[in-house]
Design a binder for this molecule. Structure first.
Ligand SMILES: C[S@@+](CC[C@H](N)C(=O)[O-])C[C@H]1O[C@@H](n2cnc3c(N)ncnc32)[C@H](O)[C@@H]1O
Length: 464
């Protein structure tokens, strides 16, 4: 029978794909359905029809999986932010561990990899130290501040609670909404470029309880914009906004300047408090580090689990005596800084200039002098370093490394490689390339940095 888009089909879900969609079969063809889990029997509407697979949108539950649990969040299923919240956490961990195994077997074509039990997160709610909330309109064109709705490009879910960052962060969202509704300022419209309010970023130092607010707007300034933005900062820094523990320590206003035919630029105004947010990380061996985080800088989003992740990196690195360590894709330098204690010299390479600036400041702040950072593309800069490393740490973005990077790494011939990855598929592919150069996978340690989402982080140790 000819299938058509929008046709309602019945599917029984048997597994979950990396990315979070449920997988079932319809007429023998693999079908991916959103918002489902193994054991669910659902009705779904076809959205993509290919000869070897189908995609469908969840419409109605016929019978739920016996493994389903009550989701904590009232927006679950609508928001799209925590796809796995209705799955007990233990099952989420099992699923992620299985997905790492599958990636090595199916994508890397590597058998019998030593994959350790995934390390779960102690906090499964309120674990994020950074959230972005967007201004816009809900489906009824009412002012909204919250999350972009999945599959609806411009509609915003007006969010009054969220269990990802903190109750304090939700209070800030609600106060911000009330404040700007009262001023009559309008959300930015991506359809025609009019309007002012774009996004609200809230960052929290989980170990310091400092909070940084960054309100992002367009340059289409409403009347009295400067004065009202200052009022906003005054409201947030007032007594009403002093939690017992947390404290707003910075309020920024970032204005995005868009002119036709010219690349976008932005201007930052510090309306209240400190220039940067201070966060601390404490590793198992008492190795403690302080980080100054600027509004646009990258920082690991789950502070406590990042400590767990870095503990694994250190554990693997101290297996062997180290002389020179390369920290490739180093961001703000965190991994290299923690490893500096165990090496004569560390070199970090990172593409983003601002991140390198922060990395250097972090080194100074923590009185670490045996680390140097280089700004640029890993492949280009590796060619210029002559000193052979005993260990290379690789922590690339989701797309992984290139075959050229694998070759350049091999040219240095380090005994040890530690690959930190946020994507098991590219990790498995890249490990297969490195195995061709004679490396062996000693261990893969999955770490759950993002409970209730499909994201998986792994640390792999390769040696020869
Ligand atoms: C997953 S982050 C790792 C950050 C850091 N290791 C940490 O734990 O905080 C990946 C980093 O790679 C950088 N990057 C992406 N492509 C790059 C390239 N071709 N050369 C150098 N750095 C790159 C990104 O800017 C980003 O900071």
């Amino acid at each position: 029978m000819q299938l058509t888009k929008g046709q309602i089909i019945e599917v029984e879900i048997s597994s979950i794909a990396f990315g979070g969609k449920g997988i079932g079969k319809y007429n023998g063809i693999t079908c991916f359905v959103d918002n489902t889990m193994p054991g669910d029997k659902v009705r779904a509407s076809l959205t993509k029809i290919k000869s070897n697979f189908l995609e469908a949108q969840f419409v109605e539950m016929i019978s739920p999986s016996k493994d389903r649990c009550e989701a904590k969040c009232k927006y679950f299923g609508t928001c799209g932010g925590c796809q796995l919240q209705s799955m007990p956490y233990e099952n989420q961990l099992k699923l992620k561990e299985q997905q790492v195994k599958d990636a090595f077997e199916r994508i890397g074509k590597i058998k019998n990899v030593n994959i350790s039990k995934i390390i779960g997160s102690e906090n499964i709610y309120y674990y994020r130290n950074k959230m972005e909330f967007s201004f816009g309109y809900d489906g009824e064109m009412k002012f909204a501040l919250g999350m972009h709705l999945p599959n609806r490009r411009f509609d915003i879910l007006d969010l009054h609670e969220c269990h990802l960052e903190s109750e304090f962060s939700a209070r800030i969202v609600n106060k911000t909404r009330d404040f700007f509704v009262e001023t009559g300022f309008e959300p930015f419209k991506y359809t025609d470029g009019s309007g002012f309010l774009k996004a609200l970023y809230i960052r929290e130092g989980k170990r310091t309880n400092e909070v940084m607010i960054n309100l992002v707007t367009s340059d289409d300034l409403p009347k009295n914009a400067e004065k009202i933005m200052q009022n906003y900062a005054d409201v947030l820094s007032s007594e009403d906004f002093k939690d017992e523990e947390k404290k707003i320590t910075s309020v920024y206003w970032t204005m995005v300047i868009a002119k036709k035919g010219v690349p976008k630029t932005s201007k930052e105004f510090l309306l209240y408090g400190k220039k940067s947010l201070t966060e601390k990380m404490i590793l198992e061996n008492g190795n403690e580090m302080v980080f100054e985080i600027l509004p646009q800088a990258f920082f690991q989003v789950n502070t406590f689990q990042a400590e767990v992740l870095y503990n694994q990196v250190v554990r693997m690195a101290v297996n062997k005596p180290q002389k020179t360590i390369f920290d490739l894709f180093c961001g703000t330098g965190t991994i290299g800084l923690f490893l500096s204690k165990y090496a004569n010299q560390v070199y970090g390479i990172e593409l983003v200039e601002d991140a390198v600036k922060v990395a250097r400041e972090n080194a100074l702040k923590n009185k670490i002098f045996n680390i140097d950072f280089f700004t640029g593309d890993v492949d280009s800069l590796l060619k210029d370093i002559k000193e052979p490393p005993s260990l290379i740490v690789i922590d690339p973005p989701r797309i992984g490394i290139t075959q050229k990077t694998a070759k350049l790494i091999n040219d240095f011939s380090p005994n040890q490689l530690i690959y930190v990855s946020c994507n098991p598929s590219t990790l498995a592919r890249d490990c297969a390339w490195l195995i061709e150069y004679g490396y062996k996978i000693k261990e893969v340690q999955p770490v759950d940095m993002f409970p209730h989402t499909y994201h998986i982080e792994c640390v792999a140790l390769l040696e020869r």
